[in-house]
Design a protein around this ligand. Sequence first.
Ligand SMILES: NC(=O)c1ccc[n+]([C@@H]2O[C@H](COP(=O)([O-])OP(=O)(O)OC[C@H]3O[C@@H](n4cnc5c(N)ncnc54)[C@H](OP(=O)(O)O)[C@@H]3O)[C@@H](O)[C@H]2O)c1
Length: 318
Amino acid sequence: MPTLMRVVRVREPGDPDVLEVALRPLPEPGPGEVRIRVAAMGVNRADALQRRGVYPAPPGVAPDVPGLEVSGEIDAVGPSRGPGPAVGDRVMALLAGGGYAEHVVVHAREVVPVPAGWSMIEAAAAMEAYLTAFDALFERGGARPGERVLVTAVGSGVGLAVVQLARAAGIVTHGTSRTADKLVRAAAVGLHHGVLAGAALPEVDLAIDLVGGRGVEDLLRALAPRGRLVLVGLLAGATATLPLGLLLARRLRVEGTVLRSRPLEEKIALIQAFAARGLPLLGAARPVLDTVFPATEAAAAHRRMEADTSFGRIVLAW
Ligand SMILES: NC(=O)c1ccc[n+]([C@@H]2O[C@H](COP(=O)([O-])OP(=O)(O)OC[C@H]3O[C@@H](n4cnc5c(N)ncnc54)[C@H](OP(=O)(O)O)[C@@H]3O)[C@@H](O)[C@H]2O)c1
C-alpha cells in the first residue's frame, strides 16, 4: 500500500487556476471510521467559495482541500468496530471537507451503500444534492402529498433533486430558472410547471430557495396561508426585505438550513433518514449529471459551475 495519495488542493485563495494536484499522507481510519478509496467526487458551490477563501473548512478538516462528497470502495476499517460497512463495500459519503482526494476517512455511519445499478459517477453526485433536498422538503419544510412546492434555480443540482423527490412523493412541483432551456430540460426530469425568473409566481405551500437576495420577498408573497420558506442558498445575495405584516397575517414560517457545519450526530441522523425513506422514494430516478471532468482538471470543473451554464451535477473522477 502506498503511503502517499494525491489530493486537489487550493494553492492560495483565488480563481479556479489555484487548484493543483499535491501529495499528502494516506489517512488511517480510527475507531468507528472507515477509509474510502475514492472513485469520484461531487463538485459544489461551497467548494468554489472555499477556493476563493470566503468559506473556510470547519475545525479538524484539511483547510486547503475542498470536497463535500465522494463515492468509492472501502479499503480499510478502523479498530474495535461493531457491525457496519466492510472492506470492498461500494459506498457514497458526505464529508465536512477534504473530499478532493484519492482516499478519505469518514465515520462508518456516514456512508450509504451505492444503490444497485448506479455508477460511481452517479453515486458521487448524490449525497449533497439529495440530502439537502430531502431535508428541505420533508424534515424542514414538512411537505405533504398534494401540496405545491416551488424551488428556485431548478436546473441546479439541488433543484433537480427537489423535483425528483417531490414528484415521487405526490407533490406538485414548480421551478424557476433564468434560462428558458433549463425549464424545458427540467420538465423532462419531472418538473410539472416551469417559471422563467422574473415572471409572476404561482401560489405554493412551500418555497425552497437556493437564490436568496431580493427575490425572497416575492417568494414570501407567493406563499399560501401557513406556507413555509426554506432558505438553502444565497446565490443572489445575503440580504432581503421581509414583509412582516404578511408573515403575521398568513402565519408563514421561514427557516434557514446548512448541512456542512451540523454536528456529526445530526448529519448521521439525516443520512440514515435519507437512506431509509429518501432513496426508496427515488425509485428508478438517478442524479442528473451535467459533466464529468478528470480530477486533474478540477479548475475546468469549477469554471463550468461558476459560469451558471450547468444543468445538474458536475463530477470529478480519478
Ligand atoms: N444549505 C446547504 O446545506 C446547501 C447544500 C447544497 C447546496 N447549497 C446551495 O444551494 C445552491 C444551489 O447549489 P447547486 O450546487 O445545486 O447549484 P448549481 O448546480 O451550481 O446551479 C446553480 C444555478 O443557479 C442559478 N443561479 C446562479 N446565480 C444566480 C443568481 N444570482 N440568481 C438566480 N439564479 C442564479 C444558475 O442557473 P440559471 O441562472 O440558469 O437558473 C446556476 O446554474 C447554492 O447556493 C449552494 O451553495 C446549500
